[in-house]
Every structure is written in C-alpha cells, then in structure tokens.
Write a protein that binds this ligand. Structure first.
Ligand code: NAI
Ligand code: 15L
Length: 274
C-alpha cells in the first residue's frame, strides 16, 4: 500500500481525537474530521452520526486510510453500545469497503481483555510475565465487548475483502497518567501519534492487533506486535510513579477492582454520560 496521506479521523471532537488533530499533521497527514458533535475550531469537519450510512460513504470517499476513534468510550446500556459501537463500526467498514479504502486503524481498548488478571512480579516484569497479544479476549463491560466485536469485524473484512486493519488495544491515552493502574498502561499522546503513524504506514499488516502504550517501566503487556509495525515508543510513566503511589497507595492484590487489567471497569465502570 502506498503511504497514506489523506486520513479520515472519526471521533475527532473527543479527547483522543483532539490530541491527534494536534499531533498527526506533523507526520504530513491531511486529516478529514468527522464527529457527531460539532468541532468549534474546525469548521470544515463533517458532523455525522455513525448510523448515517450515506454520510459515511461520502466521508470515506477518496481517503487513503481511516483512524476510527468515534463511539461510546465508556460503559453504557447494551442498546446504546449496539447502535454506536457495533452497528456504527460495521457501517464504517461497509462504507470503507464500498469506497475501496485500504486500511483502518481501529481504536480497540484494553477493556476487550479487561478480565485478564494483571501480571504480578518485579518491576519491570520479566518478558515472559507480560500479557501476550493472543491472550483470550475477556471483555469487562458491554463497552469492552463492542471492542472485541470490532476486532472480529476487522479480521472478517481482512479475510473476506482484503481491507487491512491495525486494532490498537489502547491503554490510557491522556496527557498524564492519573492513577497507579495507568502507570502500567499509559500511552503518552506523542507515543499515540507515533503508534498511529506506524499503523498507517507499515507494509502488509493484514489484521494486526497491538497493545497501545508507552514503554512504561511498569508495563503489563507485550508490545512486540506494535514494535514490529515500526513503533518505537519514547515515553515512560515512571516519572509520575512516586507521586501517584504516595497519593493513592500501591495496587492492592486483594482488591478485585485492582486485580484485573481492566481495573475499576470490572467492578464499577464509568458510565457514558449522554
Ligand atoms: P471520547 O468519548 O472523548 O471521544 C469519542 C468521540 O466519538 C466523541 O467526540 C463522540 O462525540 C464521538 N461519537 C460517539 N458516538 C458517535 C456516533 N454515533 N457517531 C459519531 N461520533 C460519535 O473518547 P476518547 O477518549 O477520545 O477515545 C477515542 C476512542 O479511543 C474511543 O473509541 C475509545 O473507546 C478508544 N479508547 C480510548 C482510550 C483513551 O485512553 N482515551 C483507551 C482505550 C480506547
Ligand atoms: C478506555 O477504554 C476508555 O475509553 C478511556 O476513557 C480510559 O478509561 C481507558 O480505557 C482506561 O482503561 O483507563
């Protein structure tokens, strides 16, 4: 696939979308923006819902690739998740197939495997203690279930239609880690842009699943498949560790909310407010 230049960014009004709108143009991309919410500082953005198939078809026409961030990003009633994340992602894949788009970078989530026990051991963990990318999927919420669906959809569209996807199981991509759990799964925005760029430009990805994080000293998972795309993370959450642990205490092995990769999503997930 030739290096993509024009990229549709769905979910461009959201937290991660806003960060990537700022960072990805530095890699030479011309971004086409889409979100159901208006984006005040981007008057040319497409205001469309993922349920609007005609609008999606038009939005993907002529782009080289898509970064798909749009959707419900927390837990919600199944009916809402079904419409936005499951049917919405299907609608986008259909539009991409119909318009011949070659590649999608899909924002999956650590919550597709959220019930996986978090690894125990020293810091850093030995390589063989890290959670492998082929660990069985164990969604911790309907939200995580929709990400698991998205990964399967991506596999189907590769096998059946030759549409490539990199599914990125993002940890926590925010300007700074704000919890002890996030020390292990944090992806700095700059590393996020590096990973998306690698996912857009690597050759022959088929359907590749990667974890999305920085090279954290307290890393819980195996970044090999991400590195194989050419991703070279530069950041590490460790400078935030002392302060966060002093404020919040270290992870309690007897607390179920801290025993799994998905953290509090397992016991008390944050609810989508809309
Ligand atoms: P966010 O909630 O801030 O942004 C999501 C955006 O999608 C919003 O602007 C919203 O208006 C839009 N959206 C929701 N439903 C839509 C629909 N039906 N049609 C069109 N647009 C719709 O979420 P955030 O944090 O920016 O995350 C972006 C993506 O990355 C999400 O898919 C999320 O699940 C995923 N992700 C994010 C992580 C993070 O650390 N920020 C971690 C793991 C996954
Ligand atoms: C996610 O999937 C959410 O979209 C994001 O808001 C964070 O909560 C993140 O996971 C996390 O696990 O910290």
């Amino acid at each position: 696939m030739p290096a993509p230049r024009t990229v549709l960014l769905t979910g461009a009004a959201g937290g991660l979308g806003t960060l990537m709108r700022g960072l990805l143009p530095e890699y030479g991309y011309a971004l086409r923006l889409l979100d159901v919410r208006p984006i005040e500082d981007a008057p040319g953005a497409i205001a469309a819902d993922l349920s609007d198939r005609a609008a999606l078809r038009e939005a993907v026409r002529g782009v080289d690739a898509i970064i798909h961030l749009a959707g419900i990003s927390l837990e919600a009633p199944f009916e809402k998740i079904l419409k936005a994340n499951i049917e919405g992602t299907y609608n986008l894949y259909e539009a991409a197939r119909e318009e011949g788009v070659g590649r999608i970078v899909f924002a999956s989530s650590n919550h597709a495997v959220g019930y996986t026990p978090r690894p125990r051991g020293g810091t850093p963990l030995d390589a063989d203690a890290l959670i492998p990318i082929d660990t069985p999927r164990r969604p911790d919420t309907f939200y995580g279930l929709s990400k698991s669906f998205g990964e399967d959809l991506a596999q189907l569209y590769w096998d059946k239609h030759g549409l490539e996807t990199v599914s990125v199981r993002i940890g926590s991509c925010f300007p700074e880690p704000t919890s002890v759990r996030m020390l292990s799964i944090w992806m700095s925005p700059a590393d996020g842009a590096r990973l998306f760029h690698a996912a857009l430009t690597a050759e022959h990805v088929g359907h590749t699943v990667v974890y999305g994080s920085s090279a954290n000293t307290r890393l819980w998972w195996d970044l090999t498949t991400a590195r194989e795309l050419g991703y070279a993370p530069r950041d590490d959450s460790e400078p935030y560790a002392e302060k966060l642990i002093a404020e919040q205490g270290d992870l309690d092995p007897d607390d179920q909310a801290q025993a799994c990769l998905g953290g509090h999503f397992v016991t008390d997930p944050p609810i989508w407010p809309y």
